[in-house]
Design a protein around this ligand. Structure first.
Ligand SMILES: Cc1ncc(COP(=O)(O)O)c(C=O)c1O
Length: 367
């Protein structure tokens, strides 16, 4: 059996009439940037996620960079702390705005940013903390908000893996005015190219972000500040508007698959699921596995594709050498990177495939 790590075909098929209709509107109108599809999508997204405003941008990376610029955190005298266990793009977005990147360790169970470690590594220069809702699990935002308040730092949430997630029953925008999303195709809500958005409840933040994403312009040909060029284009909005109404159903389907894996792998002592809280939207199904690389080789031979999110913590990536940390400095993130593996997961994944993957994991450890 062939089991890819992700398969977008079922969701494209299920929504085909809706995206075809949007594309017909697009080609009738011939307006490709900053047009009615973006306006419509921003309204629908903010309503669906319980926020006052949504601002479509070019990527999740740009969403993070733009939030820092909007908060005027863009000089090397300022520092921004994030988790060492995340996509490198979290760090790239921070570095792109101009402040110094600082990295903190993760909680060994949840693999989410450890608020206490972030607080301990902060200094008077710390201007922002960027918690990452990794694998679809929301971070402990109440604790992080308290740490940020003590430091007088801004909280910019990287929700690039957490579309539709809430925390303690409230929208993520209740915890800070900057919530960043990516619409990279494999995300819970993805487009068919690059895309991203910021959600906020503050009208002033939204206004500034709209200016910054469009080269610092205010609708005309004059730039008022040196923004960047990072707009969510009309064609991607056609797909996103067709997909958004199904997000809840797709997240429920991911949860069903994750629950099946939980049952099928229970009692297999060599693997342990990365702790998820009840609010997770199951972007990835991640286990910590003994002899991880050998397990992946075995699964690949059986036709099963897996991923590692992520194999190297940010402080050990050459791009982030300036963080000033060395091997051994963030032990929980480093250990996790050696053990984690993401099993196949996507909406409408057949149960027979879930069973086959779990059976092959068990077979590897039996042999
Ligand atoms: C946690 C996290 N942060 C940031 C990003 C960057 O998003 P994008 O690829 O849209 O720039 C991603 C996606 O790759 C991500 O998973």
């Amino acid at each position: 059996m062939h089991v890819p790590p992700v398969n977008l075909r079922p969701i494209l098929q299920a929504t085909e009439p809706a995206w075809r209709e949007r594309l017909s509107e697009l080609f009738a109108r011939m307006h490709f940037i900053l047009g009615p599809q973006l306006e419509g999508f921003e309204e629908e997204l903010s309503a669906a996620f319980g926020a006052r405003e949504a601002i479509g941008v070019g990527t999740g990376t740009a969403a993070i960079e733009l939030c820092l610029r909007a908060a005027r955190i863009c000089t090397p005298q300022q520092e921004v702390i994030t988790s060492a266990l995340t996509a490198p793009f979290t760090g790239i977005g921070i570095a792109g705005a101009g402040p110094k990147l600082r990295l903190a360790d993760v909680d060994p169970e949840t693999l989410l940013l450890d608020a206490d470690d972030a607080g301990n590594r902060a200094s008077r220069k710390t201007a922002a903390i960027v918690p990452v809702h990794l694998y679809g699990q929301p971070c402990e935002m109440t604790r992080l908000r308290a740490v940020a308040r003590t430091l007088r730092a801004v909280l910019i949430q990287d929700a690039c893996q957490a579309h539709g997630a809430q925390h303690k029953g409230k929208p993520l925008t209740r915890y800070s005015p900057y919530v960043c999303y990516s619409f990279y195709p494999t995300k819970n809500l993805g487009c068919l190219g690059d895309g991203g958005a910021v959600l906020t409840n503050q009208a002033g933040v939204a206004k500034r972000l709209r200016m910054l994403r469009d080269g610092g312009r205010r609708g005309g040909q004059v730039s008022y500040v040196t923004g960047i060029n990072s707009r969510l284009d009309e064609m991607q909005c056609c797909y996103l508007r067709a997909f958004l109404p199904s997000l809840e159903e797709w997240n429920a389907d991911r949860a069903r698959t994750a629950a099946s894996y939980d049952v099928l792998l229970s009692g297999c002592e060599a693997v342990r699921r990365v702790g998820t809280n009840g609010e997770a939207v199951h972007h990835l199904y991640v286990i910590r596995a003994a002899r991880r690389n050998r397990l992946r080789e075995h699964l690949a031979k059986k036709g099963i594709g897996t991923g590692v999110h992520y194999p190297v913590p940010l402080h050990l990536m050459p791009a982030f050498r300036d963080s000033g940390l060395r091997r051994g400095d963030l032990p929980h993130a480093e250990k996790a990177c050696r053990e984690i593996v993401s099993l196949p997961l996507w909406p409408y994944m057949p149960e027979s495939m879930v069973q086959y993957v779990a059976e092959q994991v068990r077979a590897f450890y039996r042999s």
